[in-house]
Write a protein that binds this ligand. Structure first.
Ligand code: ADP
Ligand code: MG
Length: 629
């Protein structure tokens, strides 16, 4: 729709846009070459969009069937023009796309800005505000455009200082020309070699021809012009892969991995996928957006709302080009296409296989990947139809015996003690607190390895994926009882048995149960502890403590369950309390001591103490005695 307004209008940039522009205008010491990459990338997107739209609307191409990008410059006028024959923009588009930044990531982008221009400019591409990078090199930008299928052309003008002007323009070819009036210090870009060099560095992979006309009027081809994923692997250099990655990911770093594959057989498709070298800023946003682009026979279809990869692989970037889908498929019917399901399955299986391979071959490199994306990958363990065994094979963990180096489940299995029938794990907030958790003591003493899990998702997946092969996952908070199977040396073993069966200890358990009342479901002895007198446990079959706390915090549970208290019968504090209680019954001193112990167990699990005021009073009392001592 065109609006008939024939005078020029001056409009104010949205506040966020102004801030981005400020950043661009002052980006002095950064790599300014990227403005060209961003403008070419937009031109290429515009050509992609038109090619897609014209599948269902033949008329759109009009009398210009070629999709292409052209660069020209004028040293005298100090202008550089990037023109495309893509979809174009009408008045509304110009206002919506070049006057505001209507993207979900913008405020995030602004909040991540450090004030250090060189770092901030790297963020620019990632947050999709590429157009404005033109103001790094230009003090005035003119955009002329005519949208495919419309007659009226429009012109947008701005110096980036707060306002832009928009007005109807003289008739012109379909598509967009962006003219940069170069800053005094940016004349270096009005040079054929410089421009050619930037294009071959950053934009060679663009699948539309890019040409440049020089000062003598000679036109040069600057790129190969064929889609990079259609070329044989052997003909693509690392630099070309990386440049393409930068373009699809909007991220400046090198990808961690490049997977370029041609699948033949039942489903035919080509995939060129990248694992980013850094964690995308929105990896854990609730929408879990997937961004792999779908092409059908080299025609760009979409990168939104298609499930080309499962949510737990949403960090992948790149393209999948299928020959098995009809070209005129609408984005709506795509969702239901069985071809898409097959592609997703096949891609998932290939990618997981690659992860497994790399984890085994290059563990140090894989650790970087794991640090960025392990938590996302483990989400797949919670999903009903995911290939869980395959995911588990790609998973890596820290453990009580290997707190610094990641291990695989196969490693764990090979180190299991004879008679061990489960993979033990403990979840917590940080590795540092887990390493010192009293819950581990008895396991460590018996040489049994425990996985230390610190991601949010770790509170969930072991409840869903219950096994690795035949081996169940078992939380050490629940499985203290298993330890009886693993004998210590005779002396220690006898001491444990004697302590457990002593009348004084039994009596102590009863007294504690009475004292703590409803807060506690039972008090029992455990072999899990060694240097600590007391801890909290979970009864077999009950919900794990952290999961319970999470659900309660999110109002998904009416009330927390009573706690299971486990005491270490061989610990000096417990034995002396047991003797004291059986000799004198409960006194105010033993009562205070027992409450302090219970609160100490709560603190160790990250729970609040029962009664903070009573706790301070009791602790104060004992401290006073200790110091007076
Ligand atoms: P992004 O490309 O990530 O969307 P940009 O700031 O680079 O962000 O561009 C903003 C928007 O302006 C694009 O999404 C597009 O809608 C529009 N646009 C920019 N350049 C062109 C062009 N050459 N042809 C058509 N539309 C364009
Ligand atoms: Mg862009």
């Amino acid at each position: 729709m065109t609006t008939t307004i024939d005078t020029a209008e001056t409009k104010t940039f949205a506040a966020e846009t102004s801030r981005v522009l400020q950043l661009m205008i002052h980006a002095l010491y950064t790599n300014r070459d990227i403005f060209l990459r961003e403008l070419i990338s937009n031109a290429s997107d515009a050509c992609d969009k038109l090619r897609y739209e014209s599948q269902s609307n033949n008329g759109l191409m009009g009398d210009e069937p070629d999709l292409k990008i052209h660069i020209a410059y004028d040293e005298k006028a100090k202008t550089l023009t990037i023109a495309d024959t893509g979809i174009g923009m009408n008045r509304e588009d110009l206002i919506a796309h070049l006057g505001t930044i209507a993207k979900s990531g913008t405020s995030e982008f602004l909040s991540q800005m450090t004030g250090d221009a060189s770092k901030d400019v790297n963020l620019i591409g990632q947050f999709g505000v590429g157009f404005y990078s033109a103001f790094m090199v230009a003090d005035r930008v003119t955009v002329e455009s005519r949208k495919a299928g419309e007659k009226q052309a429009w012109q947008w003008d701005s110096d980036g200082l707060g306002t832009y002007e928009i007005k109807p323009a003289a008739a012109r070819a379909r598509g967009t020309s962006i003219t940069l009036h170069m800053k005094k210090d940016a004349k270096e870009y009005l040079d054929r070699h410089k421009l050619g060099h930037i294009v071959s560095t950053y934009s060679d992979h663009i699948s539309f021809p890019i040409t440049l006309t020089d000062e003598e009027g000679v036109t040069h081809n600057l790129n190969d012009g064929s889609a990079i994923w259609t070329r044989p692997k052997s003909e693509v250099t690392d630099e070309q892969y990386h440049a393409f990655y930068r373009d699809v990911s909007h991220s400046p770093e090198k990808p961690w991995a490049v997977f370029h594959n041609k699948a033949e057989g039942k489903t035919e498709y080509t995939s060129l996928l990248f694992v980013p070298g850094i964690k995308p800023f929105d990896l854990f946003h609730p929408e879990r957006k997937r961004r792999v682009k779908l092409y059908v026979k080299r025609v760009y279809i979409t990168d939104e709302g298609v499930e080309l990869v499962p949510p737990y692989l949403r960090f992948l970037r790149g393209v999948i080009d299928s020959a098995d889908l009809p070209l005129n498929i609408s984005r709506e019917t795509l969702q239901k296409s069985p071809v898409l399901d097959k592609i997703r399955e096949s891609v998932t299986s290939k990618v997981l296989g690659e992860f497994k391979k790399r984890a085994e071959k290059e563990p140090a490199e894989y650790a970087k990947f794991w640090d960025n994306f392990g938590a996302a990958l483990k989400e797949g363990l919670c999903e009903a139809n995911s290939p869980r065994e395959k995911i588990l094979e790609a998973c890596r963990f820290y453990s009580s015996t290997s707190p610094e180096q990641l291990i695989s489940l196969a490693d764990y299995k090979s180190r299991m003690r004879e008679g061990q029938e489960a993979i033990y794990f403990l979840t917590g907030d940080t590795l540092a607190t887990l390493k010192n958790s009293p819950q581990l003591e008895g396991f460590t003493k018996r040489g049994i390895e425990v996985l230390l899990l610190t991601d949010h998702v770790d509170d969930f997946w072991p409840n869903v994926t219950q096994k690795f092969g035949e081996l169940p996952f078992s939380s050490v908070t629940k499985s203290g009882a298993d330890l009886e199977k693993f004998k210590l040396d005779d002396e220690a073993e006898q001491a444990e048995e004697k302590a457990e069966s002593s009348d004084a200890v039994k009596k102590l358990c009863e007294v504690m149960e009475q004292l703590f009342g409803d807060a506690v479901s039972a008090v029992r002895t455990t072999r899990k502890l060694s240097d600590t007198p007391i801890c909290l446990g979970v009864t077999e079959g009950a919900m794990d403590m952290r999961m319970e706390r999470f659900l309660a915090d999110h109002k998904q549970l009416p009330k927390r369950a009573a706690k299971l208290v486990e005491i270490n019968p061989t610990h000096a504090i417990i034995t002396s309390l047991a003797n004291e209680v059986s000799a004198h019954g409960i006194t105010s001193k033993t009562e205070d001591a027992l409450w302090l112990l219970f609160d100490q167990a709560l603190i160790a699990e990250g729970e609040p103490v029962t009664d903070a005021i009573a706790f301070s009073r009791r602790l104060g009392g004992f401290l006073a005695k200790g110091i007076a001592g």
